[in-house]
Design a protein around this ligand. Structure first.
Ligand code: ATR
Length: 278
């Protein structure tokens, strides 16, 4: 086989990996655009990540997505890193370049903002304060992306306050950390409220907030995808707020990797949504 006949391979590395929707996303785009290539789930245990990663370029892989529990290790092992990956200390998208080695990027924040822009036409980061509930791994990229997008005020609340303070001190000095007991009040006047907690997720704790201070002009969004409407979004809707689920974030974060690996900027549309949900 000559170099030109090599089929570009990519995949998602994680453990566990069976639940990942990324193979469906990229598989749909490859078929839709008639591109040569394949995208596969790569179940790799924590201790095997370094050796597995080193082998991929030799096997014909042009890059990979990285998910739990490998995002920080992928960042550490890369040869070059984007500014946003450096700020977050975590990578979700890798490009294997024959000249530059392993290049690490993080597209989670991009996916979050693009999803909002798609689902709420005219969404404007400057419209008002943003309240973020939760300070786990999923919250980090979103908070940095919102600050970069120009939100005027970001209120961060987490059940364990010290985690919110550590997040602020590490990557987002401009956020205001409030106490979890203030969660309802912190919704007053918010233009956007982001649920980055596991509240209301399948298998997670019950939704403990009523959102009675949420205004009808607000937008409410979950950043973790769950099939069906989450109790958080149901509560927000009952307050008259516009709601955006977390599914589109998953779809949009996949775009930069696909373009880099397979050479075509893909679209997020209803056909993709239907293909991924079946
Ligand atoms: P991830 O990295 O996916 O965000 P995580 O680190 O386990 O996952 O974070 C889950 C988030 O949900 C955290 O913000 C967590 O709060 P703590 O830091 O206090 O654990 C939040 N969370 C989990 N159960 C909760 C509950 N019953 N009420 C409010 N927040 C909760």
């Amino acid at each position: 086989m000559t170099e030109h006949e090599t089929i570009p391979l990519a995949g998602v590395i994680g453990w566990p990996i069976a639940h990942s929707l990324s193979p469906k996303v990229h598989g749909h785009w490859l078929a839709r655009y008639g591109l040569a290539g394949a995208y596969v789930p790569l179940g790799v245990r924590e201790g095997d990540f370094g050796s597995a990663l080193a082998a991929l370029p030799k096997l014909g892989f042009v890059g990979a997505n990285v998910t739990m529990p490998h995002k920080e290790r992928a960042f550490a092992l890369a040869d070059t890193r984007s500014d946003i990956a450096t700020r977050l200390g975590a990578a979700n998208t890798l490009v294997f370049d024959p000249g530059q080695g392993i290049m690490a990027d993080n597209t989670d924040g991009f996916g979050f903002i693009e999803n909002l822009r798609e689902r709420v036409p005219g969404w404007n980061a400057g419209a008002g304060p943003v309240t973020v509930l939760g300070a786990g791994g999923a919250a980090r990229a979103v908070i940095v992306a919102l600050i970069e997008a120009g939100v005027p005020e970001l209120r961060l609340l987490n059940r364990t306050r010290s985690r919110a303070e550590a997040l602020r001190d590490g990557i987002a000095p401009s956020v205001s950390v409030l106490d979890w007991s203030e969660a309802e009040n912190a919704l007053a006047g918010a233009a956007l409220v982001v649920n980055a907690t596991s509240m209301g997720m399948a298998g997670g704790p019950d939704m403990a907030l009523t959102l009675h201070e949420l205004g009808p002009d607000a937008v409410a969004t979950d950043i973790v995808y769950a099939r069906g409407e989450t109790p958080f979004l149901t509560a927000a809707k009952s307050r008259g707020a516009r709601v955006v689920d977390g599914f589109g974030m998953l779809l949009h974060q996949a775009r930069p990797g696909f373009e880099r690996w397979f050479g075509r900027a893909p679209e997020v549309d209803d056909a993709l949504r239907a293909a991924v949900l079946t």
